[in-house]
Each structure stands twice: as C-alpha cells, then as structure tokens.
Design a binder for this molecule. Structure first.
Ligand code: ASP
Length: 338
C-alpha cells in the first residue's frame, strides 16, 4: 500500500484516509478499453487545486488497483484490513471503488465494522478523471464533505449528489450520475439500533467460501438448483419472485431446498422486485418455501444477503446461529428485527 500525506496545520482539521481500490474513477484508456491505473497523485493534485477547509488527508492505493468486476471476498478482506490497519490514526475513511460491485463491498465493510464508530464513505465515478466531463471530482469532494455529517459507525455511498446506506444500495444505472438507488422500504428507517448491532457477531474474516445466488425464472429445474447447492456451499441466496414465490410445482425443486436445509445449509430468500419485501406464508407456494427451511430475507438486497452469509459463516458460529441471525437486522440491512 503506497501512502502519501498532506498536512493541514489547523488543530480542528479532520484526519481522513483516502484509500483507492480501483474502478473507473482512476482508469486510463488503453487499446483494450479502460484499464485500472494508479490514481493517488491525481487525487492529490485534485485536492490541492480545490482545497477542502479543515481536511487533512492521506492517500493510499491498494495494489493492484482493480476493475471491481474482479472483486472477490478476498478483495473485501483486503479493504477491511486496509481500513483496520490505520483505523486509530484517522477520524474517517473515503474508499474509492468501482461501481460494478461497490454495493457488495460497502455491505461487506459494514458487517466487518459493525462494532466500530468511525464513518466510512465509498465513492467512485461513471466517467474517469481523465475524461473532460468526469463525475469523479465532484463525487470525491462530496464523499469527503459527507464525512462531516455521517453517523458514527456508518458505511455510506456518496455518488452523484446522493447518499445511500452501504447495506441498502444497488447499482441502478450504467450511465446516470446517480448510479445507485436504495429499494424502497416499507417499514423502519433502516438505521440499526444499538441492540441489533449487539447481535452482530465479532467479524473474523471474509473466508474463501462460496455463496451461490440462485435466481428463479420460468423453467428453472430442480437439477440446476441441486447442482448449485451441491458440494461445500454453506448457504445460498434465493432470488424469489414477489414476496417469496418460487415455481413450487417444478418436480423436485422444493425437495432440493428441503434437503439442503436439512444438511445445515442456510438459504435466504430475497425478492427480485425493487419495492416490497419477502413475506413467506402470504401464498401457498411461499408457505412451502418456509416449510423447506428457507429463511425469510425481508427487504434485504441480494448484495447485502450474499455478503451477510459470507460474514456470518466467516465468524465461525454454527450454522444454527447463522440461520437465526440471517433474517434479522444487524446493521441496517433489513427492516425486520427480533
Ligand atoms: N467496471 C468498473 C468497476 O466497477 C465500473 C465503474 O467503476 O464504474 O470497477
């Protein structure tokens, strides 16, 4: 990790670590299209040309800088460790990240820092700094300024003038400056209370496990579902229709889910819809899903559910405990609590 610091002599200055992980923000053009590139010097030049009063910053880059399409749980772990290593030295953190998988990384960081109290803000760009109309400078400045008002312990995204919760965001647009949206909440503000954070087991690591995402679609077969649940996977996210419907009439489909639950695998249902939430028991087929041991994921996004299972299984708790915690709010990822 390469680091440089700019000192501000003011006693009141906020000490911020800016950590770039890659993404379009710093990408340069190449014969094969946009490619990740070192960006610390350019961030530094940007902030020197329009200084933010009261900001003292250190810029570092994870190596290599990546297209976030290449992010893995190991990349989440690398971000968590980079923040953790310098946590005591700073008042807040801005993470520059690609948009494609930013919502996974923000959720992953949110679970990992569930019991910490400093604000972390992710940002990036739809168009690279090298483009004349880049949205990167405004996003970076906005993210840094947002740190002044961010809630203690929050992990947010600042993008295109919007602030989104790190466990609620999804990438919505490949072109708009507002690249992210939060699915509408039917209930609750989504800000976890102290009690729910207390339920979050201490983070250990984003381990090398696989959590498949199984999307329901007309014609999906039990053979395919069984194959995805086969082997070592400790759990899965089931993208259901509506409030928790699956093609229950498909021969063997519910049996495949029941067998997986009986083996201790934790399957969490989320909705393919952008508004509303899973409510197992509303229809006959969704009741069958509950009977098959599938956990009601309420209004969790797929991103928050996948990272949550990685986090929970990475803590080393039993699959029974994972099952118990998967469907309740820990850090603002869903509206339902115990
Ligand atoms: N592919 C890029 C990334 O996610 C897209 C972006 O940054 O907007 O790293």
């Amino acid at each position: 990790m390469d680091t440089r610091t700019v000192a501000d002599t003011s006693d009141q200055a906020m000490d911020v670590a800016i950590i770039s992980t890659g993404g379009t923000f710093g990408m340069q053009t190449s014969a094969r299209g946009l490619t990740p590139s070192p960006v610390a010097d350019r961030i530094d030049a940007l902030l020197r040309s329009s200084p933010i009063p009261g900001l003292r910053y250190t810029i570092s880059e994870l190596t290599p800088q990546i297209d976030s399409a290449n992010a893995t749980p190991a990349a989440w772990q690398q971000i968590v460790e980079a923040i953790d290593e310098c946590y005591d030295q700073f008042d807040g953190f801005v993470i520059v990240h690609g948009t494609d998988t930013m919502a996974y990384s923000t959720a992953a960081v949110c679970y990992a820092f569930a019991h910490r109290d400093k604000p972390i803000v992710f940002t990036g760009a739809q168009r690279p700094l090298s483009a004349p109309n880049s949205d990167g400078p405004a996003n970076l400045v906005g993210a840094l300024e947002h740190l002044n008002v961010a809630l203690p312990g929050s992990v947010d995204i600042y993008f295109g003038g919007s602030v989104l919760s790190g466990t609620r965001a999804i990438k919505y647009s490949t072109i708009a400056d507002r690249a992210f949206l939060e699915p509408a909440r039917l209930r609750g503000a989504g800000v976890p209370d102290a009690k729910s954070r207390a339920d979050a087991p201490p983070f250990i690591e984003y381990a090398d496990i696989e959590i498949p995402v199984i999307r329901m679609y007309p014609g999906i077969s039990s053979r395919l579902v069984s194959a995805m649940l086969d082997g070592e996977v400790p759990g899965a996210v089931l993208q259901c229709y509506g409030f928790g419907n699956v093609p229950a009439a498909t021969p063997g489909l519910l049996d495949a889910l029941s067998r997986a639950s009986a083996r201790g695998q934790v399957i969490v249902a989320v909705s393919q819809c952008f508004e509303g939430e899973i409510t197992l028991g509303t229809s006959e087929v969704s009741t069958s899903l509950a009977d098959a041991g599938v956990i009601d994921g309420a209004d969790m996004t797929t991103e928050a559910a996948v990272t949550k299972l990685h986090y929970l299984f990475g803590t080393g708790i039993s699959s029974t405990s994972v099952r118990e915690l998967a469907g309740i709010n820990l850090v603002g990822e869903l509206a339902r609590s115990r």
